[in-house]
Design a protein around this ligand. Structure first.
Ligand code: GLA
Length: 385
């Protein structure tokens, strides 16, 4: 993303002096899907697709925000921002709302932003927008928020203002990411370990099904509620179980006949997925990429048949890879109902993989999928020119 272009645009639109430029990355998630809000583990990494934002204080109590991609501007004040209808602006106003609710004193600002994270592809463009906004405002008005506070506040903005009851993974990854590293995050106590992403001749490749996950936010909240229902029942039998992180498959099996079959399946997937993340991190640490790939396929199986958040197009993309010796593993990535598959592909074969997957998908669905080779990138920062 060309930040100088955004800076020129900012200067042509707004008068505020000393604008500064901030950025925050999207993310991939290697494994650990829907585990974050169940106090489990996740294994995301920041990527070289990002939101770039130019911000300047304007010494008024009005905020002007221009989205380059939408070619739209919204204006709001701190006493009147709830009426803003533009969906894209909610991620920014949600941050302002959080800051005001926590008693921070901020002034009006002008803002121009853009980015190259495809929207609805499951690479967390919304978390990147929230984190760039929060970090930028923090810097502009010297709020001195810590990184963890920022991730948590950005998550609350999404929960409370946008209305998606998401976990902490995306915002945490956007803020804490490091180049060439994946973050094994314990979503219970928010401690983390960095794992090297040196994959000896292999690389993660994303294939965008181009299906936009419109069901995602409503079904996401339903899945979360189903997990909570499972925990409530398990807790009535096993008081030590406060989240699915605490539950074992044996405990779950023992209450199977009392649980709604759908709830049982959701919980079964989550309990296994939480332990798969640790196995995957261990395999990565030992450079056992075959095992890592096998675990990715296992996760997809669970997401498809037990958690039921996949779709025909994503299943097709994963099945396409099964016979290929140059792909060690694949699965749908992110919340589900569309977006990308993540594939562990032999580097020297990426070109052929790309050609063949495009051809097969085109033949089946009449649409070309977008293939991305992703590179890791560091978390939220200021771009200094
Ligand atoms: C979305 C949410 C995350 C996480 C994933 C599924 O990306 O924002 O918190 O739950 O779905 O793993």
């Amino acid at each position: 993303m060309d930040h100088l272009k955004l800076l020129d645009l900012f200067k042509s639109k707004y008068k505020s002096s000393s604008p500064r430029v901030f950025r925050s990355p999207g993310r991939i998630n290697i494994i650990g899907e829907h585990t974050d809000y169940n106090e489990g583990f996740v294994l995301p990494a920041g990527i070289d697709k990002e939101i770039v934002m130019v911000l300047g204080a304007n010494s008024t109590d009005t905020c002007n925000v221009y989205s380059l991609d939408q070619d739209e501007e919204v204006t709001f004040t701190f006493s009147e921002y709830l009426s803003v209808k533009e969906e894209w602006a909610k991620y920014i106003i949600g941050i302002v709302d959080q800051l005001l609710k926590s008693g921070h004193r901020i002034g009006g600002f002008d803002c121009v932003f853009g980015g190259d994270i495809p929207i609805g592809a499951g690479m967390s463009s919304s978390a990147a927008l929230e984190c760039a906004t929060l970090f930028g405002i923090d810097q502009l008005f010297s709020l001195s928020l810590g990184k963890l506070d920022m991730a948590l506040m950005a998550q609350r903005a999404e929960n409370q203002f946008v209305g998606v009851n998401c976990g902490i993974m995306d915002q945490f990854a956007s803020v804490f990411a490091e180049k060439n590293k994946a973050i094994k995050l314990d979503c219970r106590d928010l401690t983390y370990e960095m794992y090297s992403l040196d994959l000896e001749g292999y690389q993660f490749v994303l294939v965008d099904s181009m299906v936009k996950h419109s069901l995602a936010s409503s079904e996401y909240n339903v899945r979360r509620a189903e997990c909570e229902e499972g925990v409530a029942f398990l807790n009535s039998r096993y008081p030590a179980v406060k989240s699915l992180r605490d539950a074992s498959i044996t405990q779950l099996e023992s209450v199977k006949s009392d649980l709604n079959p759908g709830v049982f399946k959701r919980c079964h997937y989550i309990i296994n997925e939480i332990s798969r993340v640790s196995k995957a991190a261990e395999a990565m640490g030992k450079q056992d990429l075959k095992e890592l790939g096998r675990l990715l396929y296992e996760t997809h199986q669970g997401l498809q048949h037990e958690f039921e958040v996949s779709c025909e197009e994503l299943d097709f993309l994963v099945d396409f890879t099964r016979e290929r010796e140059d792909v060690l593993g694949a699965r749908m990535m992110g919340g589900g109902f569309g977006g990308c598959s993540i594939n562990l592909v032999q580097m020297s074969r990426i070109e052929d993989f790309t050609l063949q997957v495009e051809k097969a998908y085109m033949k089946k669905f009449g649409q070309r999928p977008f293939v991305y080779q992703v590179y890791t990138e560091k978390g939220t920062s200021e771009i200094l020119s």
